[in-house]
Write a protein that binds this ligand. Structure first.
Ligand code: SF4
Ligand code: SF4
Length: 107
């Protein structure tokens, strides 16, 4: 039997210590680059869906607690002072492009 990964994190928000467990989701809307992120938490403070919580580790990117609640507004990417530190990863079905249909009589 495989050992289940412990995803719980101790964190502090508004001066309160608590434990969070990211809610499992088939999509992960955000990709962080640890080499660029400075852990300023601006992305967490601007998210209107509150899916992010500041990391308990200073200088690390926020925790994505409710990935399924993201509506891909892009505010977190736009507010980030370090280009490339955070990227949006849209679900596959949202990446489809609609192209005009050419009927044979139009050619
Ligand atoms: S894209 Fe919008 S909803 Fe999703 S995490 Fe960023 S700010 Fe929040
Ligand atoms: S705003 Fe950018 S640099 Fe700041 S914590 Fe978020 S990803 Fe990292």
């Amino acid at each position: 039997m495989s050992k289940m990964e412990d995803t719980t994190k101790e964190t502090k928000n508004l001066g309160i210590d608590f434990t969070v467990e990211p809610v499992p989701c088939s999509t992960m809307p955000l990709k962080y680059d640890d080499s660029l992120c400075i852990g300023c938490n601006r992305c967490a403070s601007v998210c209107q869906c509150d899916i992010l919580l500041p990391s308990p580790e200073k200088g690390k990117h926020p925790l994505v607690v409710y990935p399924g609640e993201c509506y891909y507004c892009g505010a977190c990417v736009m507010v980030c002072p370090k280009p490339g530190a955070i990227k949006l990863s849209h679900p596959l079905m949202n990446r489809a492009k609609f192209v005009p249909v050419r009927r044979p009589e139009q050619e």
